[in-house]
Design a protein around this ligand. Structure first.
Ligand code: FE2
Length: 379
């Protein structure tokens, strides 16, 4: 994919939100991982990401290696430290592999920094210009929940492959894509009583609006209760649901995450496809493991969600979930955790008009999660 250089028009779909930044889209997501070379191979072979860019010893970077992989509009950066005292080691020790940076594409990274820090954001780093032969990029950063950060990326004067300092990554191994198009939403898990302060952060500091919410009555099974509020920017392209644990009979899935991640962080990235049956079939063939709901889920599915375009057969064969709201329906499926700690996972989603997040599936889904927690001895 060529890096988008034209500024798209910013249609306002969330009227309550303010667009003082404004955000054009997700620029990239950076994960700190224990072995970037192997992680890049995994995201290529299992999820269909394509080799894009590389920075490391061969490009003059001495202390870390980063591989960039892309699919549709998504770019993942996988970064590993090379030296024993690198600060990324501490991130890995505490959190294991996980999301460090949710980078947001802006027209003016200096202004984004000034506007957000003026409203109370803690700086991660001041605006800085990075240059190479392909032009310049302005970046700035603010801190979020836990050790997670937003980096604002202004790239209108840059024409290179990814960012200054990166070289194109040409690989002889290029498995096909899996039809994943863009980041639909990214979900944070925060601690007890921390959801509302982070909702307020996104409202006050980022100009987002709360578009949906679920309390523990919506999202509780016997055990795995949580509460959630969905924050959106003005053009609706950036959506961040924020979860906190709720009291249940046993341990909430959010608490399990917080225990293993040692604090708040990104719980899942939802990636959109236009053909979920094809995408999920492809991912399964490549070894991606998904949460499984019981086959009884499909017995009364059409009574619950009404008429859908898809045949029920492939949906139940693959375990794809369906939910409907006032505006349409959606199809979704969740992977098991992507690393040994039960922390980050990926959601595959196809929207057919619905703007919600699958509330009708929470019970079946959380029961599936509880079966996994039970097997891990963390329920
Ligand atoms: Fe989700």
């Amino acid at each position: 994919m060529a890096i988008q250089s034209a500024t798209p028009e910013l249609e306002k779909v969330v009227p309550e939100a303010q667009d003082f930044l404004p955000l054009l889209g997700t620029d990239y997501v950076e994960l700190y991982v224990g072995n970037a070379k192997q992680a890049a191979h995994f995201y290529k072979s299992a999820f269909g990401f394509q080799s894009m860019a590389y920075a490391g010893l061969e490009t003059g970077v001495k202390d870390r290696t980063s591989y960039v992989v892309e699919q549709g509009k998504m770019r993942l950066v996988l970064t590993t430290p090379l030296t024993k005292d690198h600060e990324i080691n501490e991130h890995l020790r505490l959190h294991g592999d996980g999301v460090k940076v949710i980078a947001l594409w802006v027209d003016d990274a200096r202004k984004a920094f000034a506007e957000t820090t003026k409203r109370g954001a803690k700086p991660y780093f001041e605006p800085r210009v990075e240059k190479d032969a392909d032009g310049e990029v302005v970046k700035s950063g603010i801190k979020l929940y836990g050790d997670t950060v937003h980096i604002f990326v202004e790239r209108k004067n840059y024409h290179g492959t990814f960012l200054p300092g990166f070289k194109p990554w040409k690989s002889a191994y290029n498995p096909p894509t899996a039809g994943l198009k863009y980041v639909d939403h990214m979900v944070a898990n925060v601690g007890w009583n921390e959801m509302n302060p982070w909702v307020k952060f996104y409202e006050d500091v980022m100009g987002f609006a709360n578009v949906l919410g679920f309390d523990d009555k919506d999202i509780s099974t016997e055990y795995s209760a949580l509460m959630s509020k969905v924050m959106s920017n003005g053009n609706g392209r950036i959506k961040f649901p924020i979860n906190e644990p709720a009291e249940g009979k046993k341990k909430s899935q959010v608490e399990e995450y917080l225990d293993f991640y040692n604090g708040p962080g990104v719980q899942h990235m939802a990636m959109a496809t236009d053909d979920i049956v094809k995408t999920v079939r492809e991912l399964m063939a490549r070894g991606v493991e998904f949460l499984k709901v019981p086959s009884s889920y499909y017995d009364n599915l059409l009574d619950r969600v009404g008429k859908i375009d898809e045949d029920l057969g492939p949906l139940s064969e693959l375990g794809i979930l369906v939910d409907r709201d006032d505006e349409g329906y959606l199809l979704q499926l969740f992977t098991k955790p992507l690393q040994d700690r039960p922390t980050l996972f990926i959601e595959i989603i196809q929207r057919k008009g619905a703007k919600s997040f699958g509330k009708g599936n929470f019970k079946a889904l959380f029961e599936a999660i509880e079966r996994e927690q039970e097997a891990r001895g963390t329920l």
